[in-house]
Design a protein around this ligand. Structure first.
Ligand code: G6Q
Length: 551
C-alpha cells in the first residue's frame, strides 16, 4: 500500500487548491454562465439514464483539474482497485470491503482473504429466489396452512434503513401481497403498532442482524416470537414464521431458528452496504427476485463505470471531488440531499447513515488525528416539502450548503399537472440558488409593484438573495430497480472516494460503541428504586428523576 502524504494540508495538490480558492472565493457563478454559453454541456455527465449536471458549482476548468490532481495524489484509482481486489481496506477490522461482489453480474471472481466469494454469493441469491418465490406464490404457508400476507423485517441501522428506503422507492413494483413492514426501534410502540394490524397465522418475520447480538433486534425478535406462540400449538410453528439473515449462524440456531431458514451474510459486507445481500430479503419479497436482480444489475453497471471511467468522466469521483471542494476549502459543514421524488423520501435518511457513519471520522489511517474537516452533516427531505420548510436557510442563511437535487423525468403514474410542477420547482430552486437576486433586480421589482421609494429602501436588504449557492442536479428517466441500484452505488462510491482523499477508513464505526457500553451500565441501574450516584451529576440526576417519576 502506498503511504499517504503525512500532512494532507501541506501536500502539493492541497496547497494548489488552497491558493486557487483565494481566486475563487468571491467569484460569482453568474459570471461563469455569462462567459461560457455552453457551461451545461461542458459540466455535465451522463451515465446510462442518469444525467449529472454539475455546472451550478463554484468551479472552473482549473478547479476541476486541481481537484483531480488531488484524487491522483491520494491514489484514488489504485484504491478503487484495492477495494475490487478484496484487499483488507477496512484496516481497523482487518476486513475486505466487497459489497461490489454482491452485485457482480459477470463471470469474474472476488477474493476475500484468498477465497473466491462468488460461489457463496450466488448460492445465497438462489436461496433468496427460492424462498421469495415460494412465499409470493403461496407455496410457503403458515402453520394453519394459510398464505403469508405480511412480512415484518426486524433489524436496525444497516439491517433496516436500506430495505426500508428501497421498498418505499419501488412501490410501483411491489405485489399486493405480501405487504412488508419494518420494526427497528426498541421503543415498544413501533412493534405493537405493526402487530396490531396483523394475524400471527399469516405473518412471517425476518430477523436481520449481521452480528445477531444487537439488543434492540433481539428484544423485538423475542416479542415477535411470544406474539406468534401466544396462539400457536407449539414452538415448532416458528419454522413457518421466522427466518433470519446473519453472519452469526450459530447464534441464530441457538435462538431457535430452523437452520434451513437462515440466510448467511459475510463479515466483508458492512451493515450500511448490505442491502445487496440477503439483508435485502424483504426487498425481494416485496418486488420479486427478478426486480431485485435488476437492482443488482444497475449497481453493477455503476461499479463498472466507477472502475473504468477516467476521473474526469467518472460520476462518483466528480461528486466526491465537488464535496471535498466545499467541505475543505469553503468550510461547508453540511450537505443537503433533496429528492424531487416522493418515493425516495427515505433516501436522505439512508444516505445520512451511509455517509455520516462512513466518513464521520477524525483519525487517519495511520492512527493520527486529522487536522482538516472530513464528512459533512447530511440532511434532507423530499423536494417540494423541503421548499416549504427549511430552504429559507439554504437561500438566505449564513452557512453555505451545497445541495444535491434528484429529479425523475417520469414518475409512476405520471400525471402531467403534478409532475410538471415538481420538475419546474426543482429546476427553479437550483436556478434561484445560483442566480440569487441582486439589489438592482429587487429595486426594479418593487418599483414595478408601485412601492414608494422610502419603503423600498427599508425592505430591500431582506429581499436580496446573494445567490452563488451550489447545487448538483441528478436527473434520471424513471425510478426503476436498475436506476435505483445505479443511484445508490453512485453515492456509495462517492463516499469511498472522499474517505480515500481524507485518508480515513470509511468502513468501520467505532464511534457508535461508547454509548452502547454506557447504556449497558445504566440498564441494570433502572431495575430498582435506589438512588444512583456513580455517574456525573447530570446523568445521576436524570436517572434518579426517571426512577422517581415513573409509576
Ligand atoms: C452499519 C452499522 C450499524 C449496524 C446495526 C445493526 O454499518 O454497523 O448500523 O448495521 O448496528 O447491526 P446488526 O446487523 O449486527 O444487528
Amino acid at each position: 500500500m502506498t503511504t499517504q502524504t503525512p500532512n494532507l494540508q501541506h501536500s502539493p495538490a492541497w496547497r494548489a487548491l488552497q491558493e486557487h480558492y483565494g481566486e475563487m472565493a468571491n467569484v460569482g457563478m453568474r459570471e461563469f454562465f455569462a462567459e461560457d454559453k455552453q457551461r451545461f454541456e461542458h459540466l455535465s455527465l451522463q451515465f446510462k439514464d442518469i444525467l449529472l449536471d454539475y455546472s451550478k458549482n463554484r468551479v472552473t476548468a482549473k478547479t476541476l483539474e486541481l481537484l483531480r490532481d488531488l484524487a491522483e495524489q491520494a491514489d484514488v484509482p489504485a484504491w478503487i482497485e484495492r477495494m475490487f481486489n478484496g484487499a483488507s481496506i477496512n484496516s481497523t477490522e482487518q476486513r475486505s470491503v466487497l459489497h461490489v461482489a454482491l452485485r457482480h453480474r459477470g463471470s469474474g471472481s472476488f477474493e476475500a482473504e484468498g477465497n473466491d466469494v462468488m460461489p457463496e454469493v450466488r448460492e445465497v441469491l438462489q436461496k433468496m429466489r427460492d424462498f421469495s418465490d415460494a412465499v409470493r406464490s403461496g407455496e410457503w404457508r403458515g402453520y394453519t396452512d394459510d398464505r403469508i400476507t405480511d412480512v415484518v423485517n426486524i433489524g436496525i441501522g444497516g439491517s433496516d434503513l436500506g430495505p426500508v428506503m428501497v421498498t418505499q422507492a419501488l412501490r410501483p413494483f411491489t405485489a399486493e401481497q405480501p405487504r412488508v413492514h419494518f420494526v427497528s426501534n426498541v421503543d415498544e410502540s413501533q412493534i405493537s403498532d405493526v402487530l396490531t394490524q396483523l394475524d400471527p397465522r399469516t405473518t412471517l418475520f425476518i430477523i436481520v442482524s449481521k452480528s445477531f447480538t444487537t439488543p434492540e433486534t433481539r428484544i423485538n425478535a423475542n416479542t415477535a416470537r411470544e406474539w406468534i406462540l401466544r396462539s400457536a400449538p407449539g414452538a415448532e410453528v416458528l419454522a413457518n414464521h421466522v427466518v433470519a439473515v446473519t453472519n452469526n449462524v450459530s447464534a441464530a440456531r441457538e435462538y431457535g431458528i430452523d437452520p434451513q431458514n437462515v440466510f448467511p451474510m459475510w463479515d466483508w459486507v458492512g451493515g450500511r452496504y448490505s442491502l445487496w445481500s440477503a439483508v435485502g430479503l424483504s426487498i425481494a419479497l416485496s418486488i420479486g427476485m427478478d426486480n431485485f436482480e435488476s437492482m443488482l444489475h444497475g449497481a453493477y453497471e455503476m461499479d463498472e463505470h466507477f472502475r473504468s471511467a477516467p476521473l474526469h468522466e467518472n460520476l462518483p469521483v466528480t461528486l466526491a471531488l465537488l464535496g471535498i471542494w466545499y467541505v475543505n476549502f469553503f468550510s461547508c459543514q453540511t450537505q443537503a440531499v433533496l429528492p424531487y421524488d416522493q418515493r425516495l423520501h427515505r433516501l436522505p435518511a439512508y444516505l445520512q447513515q451511509a455517509d455520516m457513519e462512513s466518513n464521520g471520522k477524525s483519525v487517519d489511517r495511520q492512527g493520527r488525528p486529522v487536522d482538516y474537516a472530513t464528512g459533512p452533516v447530511i440532511f434532507g427531505e423530499p423536494g417540494i416539502n423541503g421548499q416549504h420548510a427549511f430552504y429559507q436557510l439554504i437561500h438566505q442563511g449564513t452557512p453555505l450548503i451545497p445541495v444535491d437535487m434528484i429529479v425523475p423525468i417520469e414518475s409512476f403514474p405520471t400525471v402531467p399537472q403534478h409532475h410538471h410542477m415538481l420538475v419546474a420547482s426543482a429546476f427553479a430552486q437550483a436556478e434561484a440558488l445560483m442566480r440569487g437576486k441582486n439589489e438592482a433586480e429587487v429595486r426594479e421589482e418593487l418599483e414595478a409593484a408601485g412601492m414608494p421609494e422610502e419603503d423600498q429602501a427599508k425592505l430591500l436588504p431582506y429581499k436580496v438573495f446573494n445567490g452563488n449557492r451550489p447545487s448538483n442536479m441528478l436527473v434520471y428517466k424513471a425510478l426503476t430497480p436498475a436506476t435505483l441500484g445505479r443511484l445508490i452505488a453512485l453515492y456509495e462510491h462517492k463516499i469511498f472516494v472522499q474517505g480515500v482523499i481524507w485518508n480515513i477508513n470509511s468502513f468501520d464505526q467505532w464511534g457508535v460503541e461508547l454509548g452502547k457500553q454506557l447504556a449497558n451500565q445504566i440498564l441494570p441501574e433502572l431495575d430498582d428504586n435506589k438512588k444512583v450516584t456513580s455517574h456525573d451529576s447530570s446523568t445521576n440526576g436524570l436517572i434518579n428523576y426517571y426512577k422517581k417519576s415513573r409509576k
